[in-house]
Design a protein around this ligand. Structure first.
Ligand code: SF4
Length: 413
């Protein structure tokens, strides 16, 4: 009988006979030849001793990945439907090692939220408030300074700023808040506003996307944030009552920012609502724009948090789903340099595992995250630099402190 055998990097032997699969632990390798022909493949590499074809489709995908060929919609759907997380993670790890070696990036970033007042009512959002509602706020520059002065360190590299679509203040409020921060903390990079917020500012001010971005860049904006994409699907946006920029608007804002010379991150908020096909199509939208502009720096899968009563979401994504989002993102987005494991949404322990399944960025210190925690995140709201370094080293990787543009500031060998 002819069988197919693969020794994976995780020390597991997989033996396939027709459509059946048998799994052996490493120490039972001597038992395998009893009913299988073992042949070493030329492609054998230290982490993957491929003997012959384990599964036709997965093997085809593995060949494509190893030959640097682009994966299709069908490939992405197959990977999501497969429960072979180890093979998917290993392929993603190979891609990441080719692109980034063992380096894992992080930065000292501080999250700021100018206002939580919002004209929209997206079903999954637990952050927004109406004007005058208990807990609603809109910070003055002095109030912002007070918070920043309490938490800033000599190594704070970046302010990460997002907030509600507050139409009770003029566009000038959003411009002057950036100007005030930049004047007081000129050494800190300003990464502010999602594409959805830029679209809102355009409606609020009557200016084009380009004009909005140019005004903000004039006073210190250096990068957008990646949020607001959710799932780039009309059906999803209708189901989740996403009352903000649609697919075309989200992409057009990033396109315009890239044309103005800005680099930006991008995200995918995944959970129990959308289909697998919608997730893969989301990635293809991003890949297509990246082909056009090469302006995205990093893809950030965001795991949906459970306590969004209006959206009817009551459970967290499984660890399998979280790791797949990272690994499949790494495999589909061949023109992206980085995929981020966002510990705020998946936890520090899973983040560490994700670093061996395609992630090359562990985000940063954050200080006090509010949006995911308003939606029920049980993770730390921030983390110290020391803990990040420890976490990355624990995964056998090299921590690299970066700035917003991924310039390397310090390598922790
Ligand atoms: S997700 Fe953003 S736009 Fe939607 S309700 Fe929340 S704060 Fe407003």
């Amino acid at each position: 009988m002819k069988a197919d055998i693969q020794l994976t990097g995780l020390g597991i032997i997989r033996c396939f006979v027709g459509v059946e699969s048998y799994f052996f632990h490493k120490h039972t390798i001597r038992a395998a030849p009893v009913f299988a022909n073992i042949t070493l493949s030329k492609e054998a590499i230290p982490l993957s001793l491929m003997i012959t074809n384990p599964d036709r489709k997965m093997a085809e995908i593995a060949d494509k990945v190893r030959n640097g060929e682009r994966l299709s919609l069908e490939d992405g759907i197959f990977l999501y439907e497969s429960d072979d997380l180890l093979t998917i993670g290993q392929l993603a790890n190979e891609v990441n090692l080719r692109k980034n070696g063992k380096k894992v990036y992080f930065t000292e970033t501080m999250s700021l939220y100018f206002t939580n007042v919002c004209e929209s009512h997206c079903a999954f959002c637990s952050f927004r408030k109406d004007l005058g509602e208990e807990g609603s706020y809109t910070l003055t520059p002095e109030e912002m300074f007070e918070y920043v002065d309490q938490h800033i360190t000599p190594n704070t590299r970046e302010f990460h700023i997002v907030g509600g679509h507050n139409n009770h203040v003029p566009f000038d409020y959003y411009v002057e808040s950036i100007r005030a921060l930049k004047e007081r903390y000129p050494q800190v990079t300003i990464k502010a506003y999602t594409a959805a917020e830029i679209d809102f500012f355009s409606r609020l001010s009557g200016l084009s996307y380009r004009e909005v971005l140019e005004r903000l860049m004039d006073v210190g904006l250096q990068s957008l944030t990646g949020g607001g994409a959710e799932i780039l699907s009309d059906q999803y946006r209708k189901k989740m009552r996403v009352e903000k920029a649609g697919i075309e608007q989200y992409l057009e804002v990033h396109r315009t920012a890239h044309q103005l010379g800005m680099k930006t991150p991008t995200t995918m908020l995944y959970g129990p609502v959308e289909s697998i096909e919608e997730r893969v199509r989301h990635m293809l939208h991003l890949r297509e724009l990246q082909d056009e502009t090469n302006g995205f720096q990093v893809f950030i899968p965001l795991s949906m948090q459970p306590t969004s009563p209006k959206a009817g979401i009551r459970r967290r994504n499984s660890a399998f789903e979280d790791l797949k989002a990272i690994a499949i993102g790494r495999l589909m987005l061949d023109n992206f340099q980085h995929v981020k494991a966002y510990f705020i949404n998946i936890g520090t322990q899973l983040t560490q595992v994700a670093l061996t399944m395609g992630a090359s960025d562990a985000h940063g210190t954050v200080v006090r995250e509010r949006i995911s925690h308003a939606a029920g995140a049980l993770t730390p709201a921030g983390i110290t630099r020391e803990d990040l370094v420890w976490l990355i080293k624990g995964a056998g990787r090299i921590p690299v402190e970066r700035d917003t543009l991924y310039n390397e500031l310090k390598v922790y060998e």
